[in-house]
Ligand binder design. Structure first.
Ligand SMILES: C[S@@+](CC[C@H](N)C(=O)[O-])C[C@H]1O[C@@H](n2cnc3c(N)ncnc32)[C@H](O)[C@@H]1O
Length: 247
């Protein structure tokens, strides 16, 4: 079974593919959708859940999603049809760094996809290229709550601590106007949703040729979470606006 299919099963019970609960997603989206007729872009949209919720909440808004995973985009397309927002959603298959648009966007989202650009600041640089004057960015990425092991850095990438992360964002010309630090409950709920759902799928499909491999993957990923990064990794989602020049 390929990675995309494993990811699809693992996120069945947690369609937001990042460690945030529904209330946090709702609040962060509201901070970016103040007028109601925004053009919204999601760089690394996955199955489009942020965009679908934005479109449901704001009937005048329109949205564009970009992702490398064709299966996730197919899920986004189907979700948009089921939720009656398909006419306002455009999806692009390809690398987010290569996406170009003639029109800017009022809200640029990129949550859990900074690796697509090589880190948080390069992701913000890309978001800035697409941002309309006065627009907002909602960006989610990891940080270290405690000093990580070298194994954790190798597995998840090299992040900064929370305060340093904010310092870097501010020094890059952005003002945080809101933010959300995922709670221990959100972080744990996300991991349990992923690896528990995957394990349950394997037990529910004992005759599937992939069942044993999927169960082994679920055990491995749960163990990596608990042994390698649960105690040191955190997740931060920021709502940002450009800082006026000279401030
Ligand atoms: C952790 S998921 C987050 C999805 C979504 N933002 C969410 O929060 O539900 C990361 C997504 O980034 C996508 N991705 C990774 N590299 C990418 C790239 N270079 N260009 C576009 N998308 C990419 C993956 O396919 C995946 O859907």
């Amino acid at each position: 079974m390929n990675r995309e299919e494993i990811s699809r099963i693992a996120h069945t019970d947690h369609p937001i593919k990042s460690p945030l609960d529904d209330a946090a997603v709702h609040r962060l989206l509201a901070k970016g959708l103040r007028r109601g007729d925004e053009r919204v872009l999601d760089l690394g949209c996955g199955s489009g859940e942020w965009l679908l919720r934005a479109l449901e909440a704001r009937p005048q808004a329109s949205a564009t999603g970009v992702d490398l995973a064709e299966g996730s985009l197919a899920q986004a397309r189907q979700g948009a049809r089921e939720r009656g927002v398909a006419e306002r959603l455009t999806l692009h298959h390809g690398p987010a760094a290569e996406f170009a648009s003639a029109e800017p966007f009022d809200l640029v989202l990129s949550v859990g996809a900074a690796h697509a650009f090589g880190g948080l600041l390069p992701t913000l640089a890309a978001a800035r290229e697409h941002l309309a004057p006065g627009g907002r960015v909602v960006i989610g990425d990891g940080f270290w709550e405690r000093t990580p092991s070298s194994e954790a850095v190798e597995m998840l990438g090299d992040f900064a601590d929370l305060a340093t992360t904010l310092d870097r964002v501010v020094a890059d010309g952005w003002t945080p106007v809101d933010g959300h630090i995922s709670s221990r409950q959100e972080l744990d709920a996300y991991e349990w949703a992923c690896w528990g759902t995957l394990a349950a799928w394997a037990l529910d499909h004992p005759d599937d040729p992939d069942s044993a491999e999927v169960l082994a993957t679920a055990h491995l990923r749960r163990s990596e979470w608990l042994r390698v990064y649960r105690d040191t990794w955190g997740f931060l989602t920021l709502v940002l606006q450009r800082t006026p020049d000279g401030r």
